[in-house]
Ligand binder design. Structure first.
Ligand code: TXA
Ligand code: MG
Length: 338
């Protein structure tokens, strides 16, 4: 199969293919997603197949309004509309209990709940409107690899396996949406996956927010099935560096003594400091967690393609967007710190 690249002038052609049961990758503000008609069991099964995704890991249904969601869910807490008003379209995925037999079981991995999100990308919202369908959309990468933040990343992983990619340039946020479970018995929303919408943001709208225990203690099983799998891993081992120049110096000395070729993912000051001492660099610009998050997956992909034996990546404080960044980086590094 030839994978076609569509620009926003050709949304209608891409929509026609999706309606016929084909897979089309689409841009969002977080990462690129792999789209299929959520009501077409065969199309959804293909999504798992081409990604190599375990079948017990449910998908997010992408919509263009909350009204569209109401067709599928059985109930929702009264504060839902406030959350939607504040954060949709945007990087917040909401989990609701669903009516029976309204979505194929492959979408939800057989669960009685489903995840919904309205992405903040006009090309994709127009695309969804054009199809008139709810659309599943896991990140459009091979399972286990860093998520795609450009159409080229999608093409690299899935060329020949999907009908097309809607290209709208690089994504803005760079890490996947916050997943918020609205089905907990006590009525308090629970963060299952951290993203750009933070606890602090949510607390401006709802009185209380919990965080899934596994995000605090590694021994707890995560409630979002996808959070238990190895993720975001380049083939090259990644080590997290939590510290200033001296710490980086030590890590570089160690790697050199082991005759390892070094790649670093760091802010522009660290990169300019160590450029001569290492083999490959990827600068995410000014030292801000937001920038690190935006370029994490692109940086890991780029360094992984270079001839290096080890990647050192910069730690950030686990607050605000730094929480989501560190969550993804720790998975990519298999929790390894230097
Ligand atoms: O930003 C994003 O959310 C991107 C873009 C493309 O929209 N999508 C994305 O999808 O990250 P994916 O499939 O890579 O991650 C979905 C996460 C997984 O961890 C999955 O286990 C969880 O959401 N999830 C989906 N449905 C769920 C449910 N009913 N209950 C608990 N967790 C669920
Ligand atoms: Mg993913």
């Amino acid at each position: 199969m030839k994978t076609q690249i569509f620009t926003k002038e050709h949304i209608a052609e891409a929509a026609a293919l999706l309606k016929k049961g084909e897979l089309i990758a689409f841009p969002t503000e977080t990462v690129y997603g792999l789209g299929a008609n959520a009501l077409d069991e065969k199309a959804v099964s293909k999504v798992y197949q081409v990604k190599g995704r375990p079948s017990d890991n449910p998908l997010i249904v992408h919509v263009d309004s909350f009204d569209q969601v109401k067709q599928y869910i059985s109930t929702y807490p009264e504060f839902t509309e406030k959350l939607i008003e504040a954060f949709w379209p945007g990087p917040l995925t909401l989990i609701f209990p669903i009516k029976s037999n309204v979505l194929p079981a492959v979408v939800t991995g057989g669960l009685s709940t489903a995840a919904f999100r309205m992405p903040k990308n006009q090309t994709t919202l127009t695309f969804i409107q054009e199809t008139g369908l709810p659309m599943v959309g896991p990140s459009a990468n091979t399972s286990g690899k860093p998520s795609p933040t450009t159409a080229a990343h999608v093409y690299h992983d899935l060329q020949g396996k999907i009908a097309g990619i809607l290209d709208d340039g690089a994504t803005e946020i760079g890490v996947e949406s916050t997943v918020l479970d609205l089905t907990d018995e006590d009525g308090v929303p629970v963060i299952l996956r951290p993203g750009a919408i933070t606890v602090e943001d949510l607390l401006k709208v709802v009185p209380e927010v919990k965080v899934d225990k596994h995000l605090l203690t590694e021994s707890e099983a995560p409630k979002a099935p996808g959070m238990k799998y190895t993720h975001y891993s380049p083939d090259t081992p990644v080590f997290i560096i939590d510290g200033e120049k001296e710490r980086w110096q030590k890590a570089i000395q160690w790697a050199k003594s082991e005759h390892k070729r070094i790649g670093i993912f760091a802010d522009e000051l660290l990169v300019s400091e160590f450029r001569q001492e290492v083999n490959e660099v990827f600068s995410f610009g000014e030292k801000q967690a937001k920038n690190a998050a935006k370029y994490l997956f692109a940086g890991l992909r780029s360094l992984d393609e270079k001839d290096v034996d080890v990647i050192f990546a910069q730690a950030f404080l686990e607050k605000e967007i730094g929480t989501a960044y560190m969550n993804r980086l720790k998975k990519a590094a298999g929790q390894k710190y230097f």
